[in-house]
Design a protein. Structure first.
Length: 255
């Protein structure tokens, strides 16, 4: 008997019909090749994928399945070898380096497993950094930084520096930095890889809360069962192709 909490995405047409005009990521026949020795390695093999505004979705698969490559292309950190990738109605393969940087700066947030915080700067300064790139007025920056730190429960740590924080606190700072400009899309690459179970669940609950309250779209690359248990949609990659795509329906236990 099929799991009542799951449904094959391709058969779940009604669920997505009303969201049809809100695609935030649209991918068609994506192929990505990398040079290797005298030949090449094909990391992605004809991927077709649409992700709608407000989804909480994961790219799931073992190392080498293509999930990080796909995440990097969506984040405009790489470009397709073939096919079309549109993010926020921008064609990733057609963007100049400056245009790709503007897309990342204005509309995308990134959360990495290694935090990537600036060790010599305070929590406040780390979270403020994306707003400095946007050249916002200081009072507006202050309000936005404090809002972001309140979301992740770190308003009491604004003067601390990363070496003074726990791993869980560092990842919460990274989430605040990703969310501070209220991006349309947040990309998270194995965000709980360096955390214990308790901190992982706290981080994931925080991201689900931001997804629900702000409508931010989250896309993960992961093989962590803890992350997978929080996803609303699970896209399984195998050998550079989508092997399975399923939606997890909401219930009292996973809301």
């Amino acid at each position: 008997m099929p799991d009542p909490q799951k449904t094959d995405f391709r058969s779940n047409t009604l669920f997505y019909t009303d969201m049809e005009n809100s695609a935030i990521i649209a991918i068609q026949k994506l192929v990505k090749r990398f040079p290797m020795g005298q030949g090449e390695f094909t990391a992605l093999r004809g991927v077709d994928l649409t992700i709608r505004k407000g989804e909480f979705t994961g790219l799931i698969g073992p190392s080498g399945s293509g999930k990080t490559t796909l995440l990097n292309i969506v984040g405009s950190l790489d470009v397709p070898s073939e096919g079309e990738v549109r993010v926020l109605d921008k064609s990733i393969g057609s963007l100049s380096a400056a245009e790709a940087a503007r897309l990342r700066k204005g509309s995308l947030g990134f959360i990495f497993q290694s935090y990537n915080l600036l060790a010599v700067h305070t929590v406040y300064e780390n979270v403020e950094f994306p707003l400095l790139l946007l050249k916002l007025p200081s009072e507006e920056r202050k309000r936005m930084v404090m809002d972001a730190l309140e979301w992740v429960g770190l308003t009491g740590k604004i003067k601390s520096k990363p070496p003074q924080l726990s791993g869980g606190e560092c990842q919460r700072v990274a989430i605040a930095r990703a969310m501070v400009k209220r991006p349309s899309l947040v990309l998270a690459d194995e965000p709980t890889a360096n955390l214990d179970a308790a901190n992982s669940h706290h981080i994931l609950q925080t991201m689900r809360k931001l997804n629900a309250e702000l409508g931010t779209t989250f896309l993960f690359a992961t093989h962590d069962d803890k992350v997978i248990s929080y996803l609303r949609r699970k896209i399984y990659l195998l050998d550079g192709k989508i092997d399975k795509d399923e939606v997890v329906l909401q219930s009292a236990s996973n809301a």
